[in-house]
Design a protein around this ligand. Sequence first.
Ligand code: CP
Ligand code: NVA
Length: 311
Amino acid sequence: MKKNKKDLLSIYDLTPDLIWTLITNAIKLKKSKKSSSKLSGKTLGLIFEKPSTRTMVSFATAMTQEGGTPLILDSQKLQTNRGESIYDTSKVLSRYLDAIVIRAFKHEHVEEFANASSIPVINGLTDLEHPCQILADLMTIVEKYKIKSVKQLSKLKIAFVGDANNVANSWLAVSAVLGLNFLLLGSKKYPPTKEFLNKALDIAKKTNAKIIVSDDINNIINADVIYTDVWTSMGEESQSKARHKAFLPYQVNDELLKKANKNCIVLHCLPAVRGEEITASVMSKQENNIFDQAENRLHIQKSIIVYLLNK
Ligand code: CP
Ligand code: NVA
């Protein structure tokens, strides 16, 4: 984080207290259901190098409901597409906008943008992390289990089943920072990067987080939350056949759920591929949880932009 502005590029930009405040404020905003003029006169830019439904629409709606203006920018139509540097683009957009959400292929490009910018930069998903998603996920778990503190949250067993991707990375990071009980269950062929995992494990030692990375399905026993995401993330389409083969044993289906706690909830960041990482049957039984989770993207985005822009 910089002296005069705050960014949200990674879960590691946040302290446990701040994560808890962002969640509890989002819950308050959800209950109040009121529009406000807190961000009146402010403009939030949104640049997407990859497709998005939830992140784009929830941030744009959050900004509108808080009295500000969202500006969705098609990355194909910006001069960066013709080779203008990230540095120059960041400097110029900082003169017009009050904050910016960026979804990019490369995490280091978002960091480069943030280093040059004088306005808050928010990671709307990169190859490395998806921090805003994980804040909405935590908010959903807090609501569903009526959690009152981080300590109480740490008593739940949360299992991410599938690919060790950007979403899984942010889960590893948040589990380390908050001291959670977290299982990353998936194929040995697609492990988390050593660097990212080691950072989480180092922090976990200080916070007493219990982080287990395993390919043994039996570890799902006693899970309170089962979370999954696509096996093939955006940009990896050429690997989809090999990934399908490797992850098939880790499909979230009725058999897997039988091994978890009776009242275990299933979450999915969406979009979902029914028949791959999750069956249509589990999707249909768990859709209240999953669509509540999607709705919570809106409330948490409000909480994030009000925090970043209103100080
Ligand atoms: N979960 C999520 O980020 O969805 P979108 O790709 O639709 O934004
Ligand atoms: N891991 C997925 C998340 C989509 C929201 C992807 O990067 O495509």
